[in-house]
Design a protein around this ligand. Structure first.
Ligand SMILES: O=C1O[C@@H](CO)[C@H](O)[C@H]1O
Length: 298
């Protein structure tokens, strides 16, 4: 586990003690002021109200890679059996599309862009490299394959000026930037802007703050790191008492709380004894605010 940065005095706290096998996909839903995340291997969707500390767990019908808020108070979930629109109150679910043709492929992380399109990627559970892809689901229901030969499709974020998209394919240890056309959803001019040292952990989920800095959860690193994509330089490192730090999202009434999901997957019995809070939801107030999450408008 990487040593935490001495520069950061921010201290994480447990927002919800849990035993998530693979907590992922944290997203703040501005429509109901709740934090959503998934337990991929636990096949559960979590809906957490930080004002009450109450959390609803909704079982899913397959591995669930991620969840995003949708217009009309519903959500879109990316499951191993396709992309579904879900009413979390009634449980009613409608299949939107399922492009997955091989049983070893599953959806992983995903987010909505500023125009309300849902971008979501996959990974191969048999660990075969470059078998995955990044998809874009448009509000008209059309699914577009945007990148292929991906290995572990992960973090996505867009700049406030809607001109740049950031993207992580975990084993590259790179955050790529793309020129992003908000009118069409086209991405061009891929270039590396951040390189994550192997020793720090594997870049997993990601979010962006109001200053345009990227906050990246590091799998195996037990930390969330903040980088300035303009310089490629690390700004901060926030240690998390759980080596498998998987995703992060700003939330709360003023978007100043950074929620962090973690996992128990791939930890040895000794690591689980040493890091018993692995699988919990953590929170920290790093002194900066995030930006509102984009909503799927399909
Ligand atoms: O997002 C993810 O990253 C991997 C570990 O790198 C994990 O299994 C997957 O959900």
């Amino acid at each position: 586990m990487a040593s935490p940065s001495a520069t950061d005095s921010s201290t994480v706290r447990v927002a919800l003690a849990a035993q998530n096998q693979l907590g992922e996909g944290a997203i703040w839903n501005p429509l109901d002021s709740k934090l959503y995340w998934v337990d991929i291997e636990g096949q559960q969707l979590h809906v957490f109200d930080p004002t009450t500390g109450q959390c609803r767990q909704l079982p899913t019908t397959a591995r669930i890679g991620t969840v995003v808020p949708a217009r009309g108070g519903e959500v879109v979930v990316a499951q191993q059996n396709g992309l579904h629109r879900l009413n979390t109150t009634t449980g009613a679910s409608t299949l939107l599309v399922n492009p997955l043709t091989e049983p070893s492929l599953r959806f992983n992380d995903g987010k909505c862009d500023p125009a309300g399109r849902f971008w979501v990627g996959t990974l191969d559970m048999d660990d075969r490299p470059r078998r995955a892809a990044l998809y874009r689901l448009d509000p008209d229901g059309h699914l577009h394959t945007m990148r292929t030969h991906i290995t572990i499709s992960n973090g996505l974020a867009w700049t406030a000026d809607r001109k740049t998209m950031y993207y992580i394919d975990t084993p590259t240890h790179v955050v790529q930037a793309f020129d992003y056309d908000n009118a069409t959803g086209a991405i061009t001019n891929a270039r590396p802007v951040i390189r994550i040292p192997e020793a720090d952990g594997d870049p997993d989920g990601m979010t962006i703050d109001a200053q345009g800095h990227l906050w990246i959860a590091l799998w195996g690193g037990g930390q969330v790191v903040c980088y300035d994509p303009a310089t490629g330089q690390k700004q901060r490192s926030i240690p998390v008492p759980a080596p498998q730090t998987t995703s992060c999202a700003f939330g709360g009434p003023d978007l100043r709380t950074l929620f962090i999901t973690t996992a128990r997957q791939d930890l040895s019995p000794e690591q689980l004894r040493h890091y018993p809070l692995s699988g919990s939801l953590f929170a920290v107030e790093p002194g900066v605010a995030g930006v509102p999450a984009n909503i799927y408008v399909g």
